[in-house]
Design a protein around this ligand. Structure first.
Ligand code: NAD
Ligand code: GLY
Length: 350
């Protein structure tokens, strides 16, 4: 005997991403702003001048990737229970990608899911993490291994928050912008080559183009069954570098920058990218003081660490390889010998 539940509903998860000075917003419900002490000290006062709600709470979690864990999620959820949040209540993520991912995840599981809004304050979170609904936390087995796809109701990107961002963090955001241009948008890449990101209008334009690029990809493949995986360009190599350096030496975007160089070297060996194109990508990364080389001590060990990447299905390792600039190939068919020769070359480039 079978009972069928017809659940083929079309769910409209569409939302707007506003790139502008933060407008005044009133929420006619109970709201908690989730932030950390660094962002709160710099920007909470100005945020509170804009945001009002029927009842407004602030939840502060410690700052740092090492706190992107169950303890912080419990802190957020407990505060919501203690303040009697219901299914119409809302969370606002106010911070970088760590705050955004955790706030989104907490809102995805609180009473089986409530709404949340993203107000990202780092370049990386403005151009990447706040858009697309990937939420989650880390555990002892790795980064972002627990999570949910849960789209925000709205994203408000105010580039003026970036005025207090340390330059290394800014560079890490640029790496993710370059990632989107190389994989999907040659015109955007060429624009970036001559762009002056110290100019506010140019920066806003770059954020808009990066967000538009990501939004197009997410609209095609919300849950990463295909093309969205291309946004992991540089990440397969980058994750190994982060792992080898215990997440201490490089910011995520910096490791991704080195990873993109390695992916480009792989593409070159496979005849997918010219030397000139690979060199243009490297030059752009170097313009923002991003690292483009890494001393690989043990290439076999580096290769084995690929298998820790959660995006690898069983034993196949997925590589995102640029095809020239502005196009991309997702493949799990990279010869081990070819990869070892790329790693060897990078090792030799110390
Ligand atoms: P982060 O959130 O740790 O922020 C970096 C540092 O900048 C922190 O110390 C933070 O307190 C501080 N900061 C934030 N805003 C500031 C401001 N305006 N001025 C000064 N300091 C400020 O790091 P991140 O780079 O924003 O995000 C990285 C996280 O994002 C990772 O956990 C990664 O997994 C996640 N991520 C998620 C997605 C996604 O699609 N969901 C995409 C990319 C990255
Ligand atoms: N940062 C990769 C993605 O959102 O899919």
């Amino acid at each position: 005997m079978k009972v069928n539940i017809p659940l083929k509903k079309v769910v409209d998860n569409s939302y707007d991403i506003t790139i502008d000075t933060l407008p005044a917003i009133h929420f006619d419900t109970k709201v908690a702003i989730v932030t950390n002490p660094t962002v709160a000290a710099l920007h909470l006062e100005s945020l509170l001048a804009k945001i009002s709600a029927k009842e407004l709470h602030i939840i502060t979690v410690p700052d740092g990737e090492e706190y992107k864990n169950q303890t912080s999620i419990d802190l957020i959820l407990n505060s919501m229970f203690e303040n009697r949040f219901n299914r119409k209540s809302m969370l606002i993520a106010f911070g970088g990608g760590v705050i955004g991912d955790m706030t989104g995840f907490a809102s995805s599981i609180y009473q089986r899911g409530i709404d949340f809004v993203q107000i990202p304050t780092t370049l990386l979170s403005q151009v990447d993490a706040s858009v697309g609904g990937k939420t989650g936390m880390n555990n002892k087995y790795g980064k972002n291994l627990i999570g949910a796809f849960h789209q925000p109701k709205a994203v408000y990107i105010d580039p003026s928050f970036l005025e207090t961002l340390p330059s290394r963090e800014f560079g890490a955001g640029v790496a993710e912008i370059v990632k989107m241009a190389v994989t999907f948008n040659r015109d955007f890449f060429e624009f970036l080559e001559s762009a002056d990101l110290t100019n506010k209008d140019v920066l806003a334009e770059v954020i808009k183009r990066a967000v538009q690029t990501k939004a197009n990809v997410v609209a095609q493949d919300e849950k990463e069954h295909g093309i969205r995986a291309a946004l992991n360009y540089g990440h397969t190599f980058g994750h190994v570098i982060e792992n080898e350096t215990k997440y201490k030496r490089y910011l995520h975007g910096e490791a991704v920058a080195i990873g993109m160089v390695l992916a480009n070297m792989t593409s070159m060996k496979m005849g997918l990218m010219s030397e000139d194109e690979a060199s243009r990508v490297k030059t752009l990364l170097q313009k923002y003081n991003l690292p483009t080389s890494y001393a690989i001590k043990d290439i076999e060990k580096f290769y084995e660490t690929f298998y820790l990447d959660k995006k690898s299905a069983d034993s196949a390792i997925t590589f995102i390889l640029p095809v020239g600039i502005g196009n991309v190939k997702i493949t799990d068919e990279c010869e081990k010998d070819l990869l070892l020769s790329v790693l060897d070359e990078m090792g030799a480039a110390r």
